[in-house]
Design a protein around this ligand. Structure first.
Ligand code: NAD
Length: 406
């Protein structure tokens, strides 16, 4: 038999608390069955979406001290003091863009001779990311956007997602919910958009092609979806090429404006960075014909693609209002404001399903590669190896040595 590999699922210790986990109890069972050389241990946690008893009942031992494990799986950043020297860790480190708040953690990782594989850096050969929680962010974000619209217009009431046991429970909640005639515009074509479309399907909201959506009236709720090719055109020749847009977004103009005049709810799920033009401007918000009442900004960049995103809201208080003339933050659901849903950790409202989905992707595309020494995909996602920055990530040198300001 191949050498034994001891794997540990660590307790999430970052604040605000995170209740997700890399593998559910059933997934742990599946892995140990299919990889007899693997043993999985779980560090007890009172906040994890899957209870300690669920793991022990599935035959996965609980273990406080994971010092004997070879590989440790987490989700979010790890407090530096909790990092165990010499281990191989997989988690979202948020260090590859030199994020200032994680500089100390990376320094500790180097000091403690740790190998860090970052989930965000695991990509398919065509560059598409393998792992992400976007689908469930789309589910919860679309739900919250609709919930806010129902509250604002007093036309229907949706319960909060986090009060449900899981996604199946949420589906049950939708039976009998009748939405008023309304127009919903969804932006994006990635995992977030896919989650939002799932909610449209579950609530029986009808898809309308963009050109018809703009001009027709409907006696029932409808939505349209705008992918990058429908949202952006090159300024000089009015064409769109995906790769050119990704390389030169500043040479493109945004064509979203007509949709602000006819839509009731915007669900924003596009990829955005600061070179990509926003969907509309602050000055558009002041115009008489700005019709949108609620924006579920799942993309959630403060003053990014949506100028009236004034910062994150929380799962406890997911919605705030914004005045159209002065862009001041107000209480939600006032008559003449735009209501904003800008929660940055949406999958935490549905952590059991989000964890299962994540673990499925890990098992399908990553797990075997992780056990193969020298696997190229894993090497490319390895930021540090035994406490040294790998060749791919040498550009983090100044940040890691404490010199970087950005
Ligand atoms: N609020 C939350 O809780 C939450 C959770 C997950 C994701 N998000 C955010 O939602 C947004 C969409 O996430 P997703 O999971 O759908 O992403 P994704 O990776 O599934 O899809 C992104 C889409 O953007 C395109 N894209 C990739 N690189 C691009 C570039 N350089 N320029 C233009 N387009 C590019 C891709 O082709 C793809 O169609 C991201 O900004 C993400 O950070 C928010």
């Amino acid at each position: 038999m191949a050498n034994l590999v001891n794997i540990g699922l660590i307790r999430e210790e970052k604040q605000p608390q995170d209740n997700r986990v890399a593998f559910t109890p059933k997934q742990c069972q599946w892995i140990m069955h299919h990889f007899p050389q693997v043993r999985i241990y779980v560090q007890p946690s009172s906040i994890r979406a899957f209870k300690d008893e669920e793991y022990s009942q599935a035959g996965i031992p609980l273990k406080e001290d994971l010092a004997d494990c070879d590989i440790l799986f987490g989700i979010k950043e790890i407090p530096p003091a909790k990092l165990i020297p010499g281990k191989k860790y997989l988690f979202f480190s948020h260090t590859k863009k030199k994020q200032p708040h994680n500089q100390k953690m990376l320094q500790e990782i180097l000091k403690k001779k740790i190998t860090l594989i970052d989930y965000e850096c695991l990509v398919h050969p065509d560059g598409q990311r393998i792992l992400g929680f976007g689908f469930f962010a789309g589910i919860v974000g679309a739900h919250n956007g609709l919930m806010a619209y129902g509250e604002k217009t007093h036309s229907f009431h949706l319960k909060r997602v986090y009060t449900m046991h899981d996604f199946q429970d949420l589906i049950g909640h939708y039976f009998g919910i009748k939405l008023p005639p309304m127009k919903i515009v969804i932006t994006g074509s990635g995992r977030v958009a896919a989650g939002a479309l799932e909610i449209m399907g579950l609530l029986g909201i009808k898809y309308i092609p963009p050109e018809e959506y703009l001009v027709n009236q409907y006696a029932y709720p409808v939505y349209t979806q705008l992918k990058a090719g429908e949202l952006y055109l090159r300024k000089n020749d009015k064409t769109y090429s995906r790769s050119d847009f990704h390389q030169h977004p500043d040479q493109y103009e945004c064509r979203f404006l007509p949709y602000v005049t006819v839509s009731d709810l915007l669900i924003n799920g596009i990829y955005w960075d600061h070179n990509i033009p926003p969907l509309f401007l602050a000055s558009d918000l002041r115009k008489e014909n700005f019709h949108i009442k609620v924006i579920a900004d799942i993309t959630d960049d403060t003053q990014g693609s949506i100028p009236c995103n004034l910062g994150d809201s929380t799962i406890e208080n997911p919605v705030y209002g914004v005045t159209k003339d002065t862009m001041q933050q107000t209480a939600p659901y006032l008559a003449d404001t735009v209501d904003m849903m800008c929660v940055g950790n949406l999958p935490n409202e549905l952590p059991r399903d989000a964890s299962q989905y994540f673990g499925d992707q890990l098992m399908k595309y990553v797990f075997e590669a992780l056990l193969q020494p020298g696997n190229e995909m894993m090497e490319n996602a390895t930021i540090t190896k035994d406490g040294q920055l790998t060749p791919h990530y040498q550009y983090l040198e100044d940040y890691a040595s404490g010199k970087s300001e950005d």
